[in-house]
Design a protein around this ligand. Structure first.
Ligand code: NAP
Length: 496
């Protein structure tokens, strides 16, 4: 079937930064008939969905942005969430992507037609459309997790999940519970503690928190970044190098560089000691797993909250939710009128992939990953899934800033589509052999990481899948990742 007979050259699912980056690259490669399907009613992905109080990046903004589209006007070193949404809008406008977007469109299933060499994409509105290529940019942290506590339905007060925030919700005079102590809770809890009459934080697993060196970026510096972009590039380089050292030496090469990891843990412990007065509370807030087993976070405002008289840390397990409170295993009941669920996301059961994808010979991607091993060649391609690129795959997350991941994948797209053009082909598929070699390499490399060489037993980290394998992070430096995405052997794919 020639492309003219298809509805689209490519369907991209998701209008977050992954969707924006892949669309920019595919346009550069000459594809014009692009549909970006987004289940929400606006673009920006996580930065549209999340708008809880205190939301900000926790990777400095000079790094957490596209390298080819710097924003000189970030208001702070760590920009607040709404600035990221505005930046996503700016990128979409600059690269003329809005006209490709369709909002409120939920993709439910896609299947490969091996005779006609195209994907058929089915959406919840009952429509289906054909496309030569399918790109999923559905995010890592996009399927909210709501725990199923006994009695949850009976709760008579207000329940707020951090991904479905009611803007302007006033905590003044409220008795509030926050369940969860991940990066989201760390940002949100200080905001709630400001006004709530009583706040109880229900912690199952403590998180490593290190100091956040944050400040407003003075106007003259913003002007300098705008007038001499090289200065912002230098700031990006310095910050990225620091994050990279943390990732490579603290996490990926734990076995070889244990002191680096221990130093980071010492920094976290020193931060806690200087910020929390009560020794018992400090003990409860100290992780019993190695630094890096689960994503650490940066905050100066989180720990001091536990010195406040209106804040209680509850570490006993939740037995059940009652109409007016939460009962814990220690027999204590906490009476509340507002229940905040900062309980994160489900990656491995519902998000890999985010909808059913059926490739050649009936390979169902979700079933194949779950019944076998989670795997994806270079974190983007899967055998028996022709013309399919999955941006949020096992082993795809590179470095600490998501933009490193996306920009690496853009390089992969450029190399792959360049080869398609050179050959006059329109179909690609990664070989089983190349995929297996990549999986073996990633598995071996991870042996040195904190995930396997360290103590992660008590971490409950989403870096691990349901089989206990740490299959989220790409075990390579960002420089290596970017180089490999630009130079993978072209015959790792077949072309037709
Ligand atoms: P998360 O890290 O998965 O944390 C979820 C929290 O909920 C954990 O403390 C978890 O406890 C708890 N929880 C879940 N189910 C529970 C249950 N049944 N009973 C008791 N506790 C339960 O999710 P998140 O905080 O939303 O953060 C997710 C990721 O988003 C972060 O790691 C980060 O990558 C990203 N993020 C980034 C920023 C930023 O500034 N850029 C801000 C926020 C989030 P356990 O640990 O015991 O499971």
């Amino acid at each position: 079937m020639d492309n003219a007979a298809l509805d689209h050259d490519v369907v991209i699912v998701g209008a977050g930064f992954g969707g924006l980056g892949s669309a920019i690259e595919l346009k550069r490669q000459g594809l014009e008939n692009i549909a970006i399907l987004e289940r929400e009613d606006d673009l920006g992905g996580t930065w549209y969905v999340n708008h809880y109080p205190g939301l900000a990046v926790d990777i400095a903004s000079v790094t957490y942005s596209f390298s080819f589209e710097p924003n000189p006007y970030w208001s702070r070193l760590f920009a607040p969430g709404p600035e990221l949404k505005r930046y996503a809008d700016h990128v979409a406008d600059t690269y003329d992507l809005r006209r490709h977007m369709e909002f409120g469109v939920l993709v439910e299933r896609a299947e490969w037609d091996d005779d006609a060499h195209h994907w058929t994409v089915h959406t919840a509105d009952g429509r289906s459309r054909t496309a030569r290529y399918l790109v999923t940019a559905t995010g890592f942290l996009s399927q909210p997790h709501t725990p199923d506590f006994e009695g949850m339905d009976s709760f008579a007060g207000k329940i707020l999940h951090t991904t479905a925030w009611e803007d302007g919700y006033d905590f003044t005079g409220k008795r509030v519970a926050v369940i969860g102590t991940g990066a989201t809770a760390v940002q949100l809890i200080p905001e709630i503690a400001r006004t709530a009459t009583a706040l109880t934080v229900f912690q199952r697993t403590p998180i490593w928190v290190v100091p956040k060196i944050d400040f407003a970026i003075p106007k003259p510096v913003q002007d300098l970044f705008a007038a001499v972009p090289l200065t912002q590039k230098a700031a990006r380089l310095a910050n990225t190098a620091m994050l990279e050292a943390l990732m490579v030496f603290g996490v990926l090469h734990f076995k070889q560089a244990k002191p680096g990891n221990k130093l980071a843990a010492l920094l976290g412990k020193a931060h806690l000691r200087t910020q929390v007065r009560d020794a018992g509370t400090r003990k409860k807030l100290t992780p019993s797993y190695d630094f890096g087993c689960k994503r650490p976070t940066f905050s100066n405002a989180y720990f001091p909250v536990f010195n406040q008289p209106n804040v209680t840390l509850q570490t006993s397990s939740i037995t059940r939710v009652e109409p007016d409170g939460i009962l814990c295993e220690d027999g204590r009941k906490t009476e509340i009128d507002t229940l905040v669920l900062a309980t994160g996301f489900n990656l491995w059961d519902t998000n890999f992939p985010a909808f059913q994808i059926v490739g050649r010979e009936g390979r169902d991607l979700g079933a194949w990953w779950r019944e076998g091993r989670f795997q994806a060649y270079e974190g983007v391609a899967v055998p028996k899934m022709p013309n399919f690129l999955s941006l949020n795959s096992p082993y795809s997350y590179s470095g600490l800033s998501y933009f490193t991941t996306v920009e690496g994948q853009m390089k992969h797209i450029a190399r792959l589509f360049g080869e398609l053009r050179r050959r006059g082909a329109d179909t690609f598929e990664v070989t089983e052999d190349a995929n297996t070699r990549y999986l073996d390499r990633a598995t071996r490399a991870l042996d040195s990481s904190v995930f396997y060489a360290g103590d992660c037993a008590s971490s409950r980290s989403y870096y691990f899948n349901q089989h206990g394998e740490a299959t989220l992070l790409r075990p390579a430096s960002t420089l290596t990742t970017l180089r490999e995405m630009d130079s993978f052997p072209l015959d790792d794919y077949t072309y037709a």
